[in-house]
Design a protein around this ligand. Sequence first.
Ligand code: HMG
Ligand code: MG
Length: 299
Amino acid sequence: MLSLPKTVTIIEVGPRDGLQNEKRLVSTGDKLAFIKALQQAGIEEMELTSFVSPKWVPQMADSKEIVASANKIGRQFVLTPNERGIGAAREAGADALAVFVGVSDSFNKKNINKTTAESMAALKPLILQLKEDGIFIRACISTAFYCPFEGAVKTADTIHLCQQFVDWGVDELSVADTIGMANPAESYTLFKQLKEKFPETLLTAHFHDTRKMALANIFAALQAGVDRFDTSAGGLGGCPFAPGATGNVATEDVVNMLHRMDIPTGIDLNLLYSAIEKIEPHVSNPINTGMYTLYKNRL
Ligand code: HMG
Ligand code: MG
C-alpha cells in the first residue's frame, strides 16, 4: 500500500540556488519582480539570497537590498556561511537563516574554504547564540550522497553531521544531492533513516536534476515520509563550486506531479509560469523544463 503525505511544502530556492551560478548579472529589480511573482503564485517559504563573499559569488552581491525590499510573507531564508554573513543578514532584517556545510571535506574546502570539522567548529557557537535569540535555523547538508571530488559519501557520515545540527537545536535539516547522482533507492534509504532518527526536526529533501532522477528521488522520499522539498522555478540552479551540479529539480514539474497525485502544495501552476516568464529573459539559456515547455507551446 502506497504511503504518501497528505500535503507538501515547497521551499522555492530559485532566487538563491537558481541564480547564484548564473553568469549574466541579473538586476536587483528583476530579482525582486521574480520573488514577488513567486509569492503571488503561493510560495510561502523561499531562499531569497545569500550573504556570501561577492568575490566568490558575484550574483549574490545585492543580498542586503533584496532582504530589505522583498515582502516578508511566510518564511524567507537567506544563506550565511560565517559570522560576518550572519551579522549582515540580521542587520538587513532576516529572521530565518540557512547555514550550509558539506559532508565531504574536499567539497567544503572548495565551497567555503574550510574542512567539514573546521566549519562545524566555527558554526557551533554561532548557532547556539542564534537559537538563544529565537532565530529559525535551517541547516543545509551538501554532498549527502555523493561528492564531486570524493565519490560516494558514507550514510553514517551524513547522519553524524545531521545529528550535530539537531543537538545544537536547528529547526530544519535540508539534505542535498548536490550533484544529482543519488538514485531512488538511495533516496528512500537515507530519508527513511533521517525521519526515524530526527522525528522532531523538519526534514527537507534538496535534489539537483543532473541525471534526471530528481522526480523519482522525490517520489522515493515521499514514501519515506518527507513532506518538504527544495525546488527551483524553471529548474534553474547549481553550485558554482560543485562540478556537475546543474539545475535544481523544477518547481513546476514537482508541483504538477504532486497535484496529479492529489497532494496539495498551495501553489497555482499558472501563476508559477508567470513568475518563470519574469526571470527567463534575464538568464543565459531558454528555460525548457517539462511543464514550462508544455505551457510555452500552449499544449
Ligand atoms: P575566505 O576567502 O576563506 O574568507 O572565504 P575570508 O574570511 O578570508 O574572506 C575573504 C574575503 O571575503 C574578505 O574580503 C572578507 O571580508 C570577505 P577582502 O578582504 O578580500 O575584500 N567576506 C565576506 N564578504 C561578504 N559576506 C561574507 C563574507 N565573509 C568574508 N559573509 C567564504 C570564505 C565563506 C566567505 C567564501 O568561501 C564564500 O563566500 N563562499 C560561498 C560559497 C557559496 O555561496 N556557495 C554556494 C552556496 S552552497 C550551495 O549552493 C549548496 C546548497 O544548495 C545545497 C546543495 O545543493 O548541496 C545549499
Ligand atoms: Mg543546491
